[in-house]
Design a protein. Structure first.
Length: 95
């Protein structure tokens, strides 16, 4: 997670250097704030280096709405097919 184990400016620089155009987050903004408050502030302040989409899934759980999750994943698939580079992140894991 940007800003959790590496400082936020370094994380954002790496995102730009690698040409990442989309962050796909499976972590809620509130949970991000628990681990990386500067990253949360950047999300809320609109200062990310690229677009961000989220589909929060509670830690160690499966998506509650399978159809909505599949729509999210299909959207990411379409972005990859269009040549976009995506950084995907979840905090703990999915069952």
């Amino acid at each position: 997670m940007p800003g959790a184990r590496i400082d936020l400016s370094s994380a954002f620089a790496q995102i730009k250097e690698r040409g990442i155009t989309l962050i796909a987050s499976l972590t809620s903004v509130d949970e991000i704030g628990d681990h990386a408050p500067d990253y949360r502030a950047a999300i809320l302040g609109g200062t990310l280096p690229c677009e961000r989409r989220e589909f929060p899934i509670p830690d160690f759980n499966a998506p509650r709405d399978e159809e909505a999750y599949l729509a999210f994943v299909r959207g990411l698939r379409d972005e990859l097919a269009a040549g976009r580079k995506i950084l995907a992140k979840h905090n703990k894991g999915i069952k």
